[in-house]
Design a binder for this molecule. Structure first.
Ligand SMILES: C[S@@+](CC[C@H](N)C(=O)[O-])C[C@H]1O[C@@H](n2cnc3c(N)ncnc32)[C@H](O)[C@@H]1O
Length: 448
């Protein structure tokens, strides 16, 4: 029986496993190439992203139902088992249909022997629902609350632990954070300042004005490809998480005495924040220099900021050659683990490793130190990462502030619309509290 949706899901999961592909790039292209639309496209999307997100939980259940360890299961069979188990545990697809459709795919691709094994495992999986499997397999909530919540909400333990440390909680706030991180996020747009207001943009695209960012609009989940929207094609708007908008705005909102017309974005690619900053500095007759190390990402910055007062420099932000003190405001939107945007990249949580953190914090410290050299005395630097991991956030900022003597501003005052910002002085946004990615922002002033 033809089953284009499940076949596309299976092939995407295989590309993710075999060649480290990104599901949210592979699948849309596959759907276009195969002209899969409507309900089939929706089903393929749900099954692919759902299976990729829940991988750790699914694997634990599959292993419990298998007569061999997962390391001995053929990779393609494992993809199919994940797809089948996801349907059984996390969708309303009837069990017999979930099992039969998966086994059919495996038989066609891998033969009857492996199909028999997949059939046997899925039948065992189908014996109980997700809650019962979690009860049976998750660590004890009394002795290991973080492990229990990590398992229940399908996150690697080290990531749940990092969230717990940033939240200062192993209880309800952690549960809510992991739950929100497991949900599919709404797409946010940013209206280009000086071109269109958030109200006008919301009316044009049929979205809602965002609660906090004066330029933000929220689209309904599953509203189609936002790149197809006319205001986006016409460069009146970009796709940008509301948290990113707020962090870029925080840099512009810090008070400044003296000149204020040369701004720098030290890590600009692909250009979302650069476009917002450039539109704002442009309204005052100023300019933005956008630095990006990777040439292909610098090209994206050029595209996204065309028509704005931006000069793009392809260079390492630690060795730009700019003279000391040349800028009034500097953004360091540093490369990071991305643990704050896991909900946007289905497989990312299983790909990231704890060892990534150490390498990144070294680079983050170097970039922030250089930003504080390039900003003029009295000027301001915003340090932003899309991660709540304390090593990448307060760890980097405290270390660099101590070594450079920079003053940390109460960044919460630069997010005046936003509630629940904690004790400061930095700002940590969260999906469960603010509906944004878990962005971190600290604004520092170079001493005069
Ligand atoms: C978090 S992203 C920036 C996102 C961007 N500000 C936006 O809003 O679209 C970090 C960027 O820094 C770039 N990068 C990494 N190392 C760098 C370095 N040493 N100097 C400058 N850019 C670097 C990466 O290629 C990546 O494009």
């Amino acid at each position: 029986m033809e089953d284009p949706a499940r076949l596309a899901a299976l092939e995407t999961l295989r590309a993710v496993r075999q060649r480290d592909a990104y599901a949210n790039l592979v699948l849309p292209q596959m759907l276009r190439d195969r002209r899969i639309t409507g309900r089939d496209a929706a089903l393929a999307t749900k099954l692919t992203y759902g299976s990729a997100r829940a991988q750790g939980l699914l694997d634990a259940v599959i292993e419990a139902c298998s007569d061999r360890p997962l390391s001995e299961v053929d990779g393609s069979a494992l993809d199919a088992l994940r797809l089948g188990t996801y349907q059984l545990l996390r969708t309303r697809i009837p069990s017999h249909a979930a099992v039969a459709s998966t086994v059919d795919l495996v038989r066609a691709e891998l033969g009857s022997g492996i199909a028999g094994f997949v059939n046997a495992v899925l039948r065992r999986v189908a014996e109980q629902d997700e809650a019962a499997w979690v009860d049976e397999l998750a660590p004890d909530p009394d002795t290991d609350p973080v492990g229990n919540l990590a398992f229940t909400h399908a996150h690697p333990r080290w990531i749940a632990q990092a969230f717990a440390e940033a939240l200062g909680s192993r209880g309800e706030p952690l549960k809510l954070a992991l739950e929100a991180d497991d949900a599919r996020p709404a797409v946010h747009l940013v209206a280009r300042p000086g071109e269109v207001s958030a109200d006008e943009l919301a009316a044009i695209v049929g979205g809602d004005v965002a609660p906090y960012s004066p330029y933000g609009v929220h689209l309904e989940t599953g509203a189609g490809d936002p790149g197809d929207l006319e205001p986006v094609r016409e460069r009146l708007a970009n796709v940008q998480d509301e948290g990113s908008q707020l962090c870029a705005l925080a840099l512009t909102r810090a008070s400044l005495e003296g000149t204020d017309d040369r701004w720098l974005d030290l890590c600009a690619g692909p250009g979302g924040k650069a476009a917002l900053l450039a539109a704002l500095v442009g309204l005052e007759g100023g300019e933005l220099i956008a630095v990006e190390k990777a040439p292909h990402r610098a090209e994206l910055v050029r595209k996204l900021t065309s028509g704005l007062p931006v000069t793009v420099e392809v260079t390492d932000g630690r060795e730009t050659g700019f003279v000391e003190g040349a800028f009034d405001r500097v953004l360091v939107d540093a490369p990071c683990t991305g643990l704050g945007a896991l909900r946007r990249r289905p497989e990312a949580r299983w790909r990231r490793q704890p060892a990534d953190v150490g390498q990144l914090t070294t680079l983050q410290r170097e970039l922030l130190t250089e930003a504080l050299r390039l900003v003029r005395p009295g000027g301001v630097v915003a340090y932003v990462v899309c991660s709540p991991h304390l090593s990448e956030t307060v760890g980097v900022v405290a270390d660099v502030a101590r070594r450079t003597g920079a003053e940390q501003l109460d960044t919460r005052t630069l997010f005046p619309e936003v509630p629940d910002l904690g004790d400061g002085p930095h700002v940590q946004l969260w999906p469960h509290l603010h509906g944004t990615d878990a962005m971190f922002c600290a604004v520092l002033r170079r001493p005069v």
